[in-house]
Design a binder for this molecule. Sequence first.
Ligand code: AHM
Ligand code: MG
Length: 333
Amino acid sequence: MQTTKTLGEFIIERQSQYPGSSGALTLLFSSIRLAAKVVHREINKAGLVDITGAAGEENIQGEQQQKLDVFANDRFKTALAARGVACGIASEEEDNYVTFDEGHNKDAQYVVLMDPLDGSSNIDVNVSVGTIFSIYKRVSPTGEAVTEADFLQPGKDQVAAGYVIYGSSTMLVYTTGNGVNGFTYDPSLGVFYLSHPNMQMPQDGRIYSVNEGNYIHFPAGVKKYIKYCQEEDLASHRPYTSRYIGSLVSDFHRNLIKGGIYLYPTSSSYPNGKLRLLYECNPIALIAEQAGGSASAGPNQRILDIKPTELHQRVPFFVGSKNMVAKVEEFLG
Ligand code: AHM
Ligand code: MG
């Protein structure tokens, strides 16, 4: 798509629609944009320099941290701390939340929650990975210490959410609760251009994305839904196509554009599901809803309504085209 509008121009244009806006969110986005460019550059060197493979540490969830997980976490953290508009972050790669509520960040209004490099086990094999972020206004008084309550807010209170996909091209997709827009990075100029304005997820889709190797351990409703996806019914275009990259951002991004559903249910290895409510499910759910899709943890359990109780909380996750999510809920119910 031919376009000349840059992400920077788009953000400023949107900001001017909100008279009285302080511009803090604009600065926050410019931090995220900068860190995304740096991570893009490093990921593109994977294989040439020694940045792939395990970092030798585990995160709090007992998962091996990759060198690039640690790198991306540091880059986003540093960029967010630098501009005085975030008072703290929580990250999949940090044991606890990190506060920047001193110095020039003392009066900052926003907290950012992120998965700096999702799907990082795919890097060594040159498969797309992503950064996921979620932005809230703090609930504690400005100027005082940031508290855990600032981070444990339900997803429906997100001010903005987005992801960066480091794929065949790098894209940044985000929402501030007023539709979803996607920007493609031109690395020769170092600029993100608006390439996917007002993204809409098809109401129905023909793709289901799930780690079927875990089938035996899935709840009965999910097993029945998978069989439903595989049954022949020409009127509803079944059997559906199975597509699973094992990188949430990439699987979701494809389904957002083409129509489909992504499932990560409970299983014996992950009794509460694998994906993290705050860093993965909430931001992806806000984007899905803003694009006309939906996101659920089970029947009548809208992801965005869940009141988090802990930072690294996991939930079952069903996200995608509205009618497909409704169907899986029907089977689960
Ligand atoms: P990560 O944050 O440790 O990378 O884990 C999240 C990833 C998702 O991107 C992906 O959809 C899922 O884990 C794949 O899990 P599995 O390999 O169990 O299918
Ligand atoms: Mg992740």
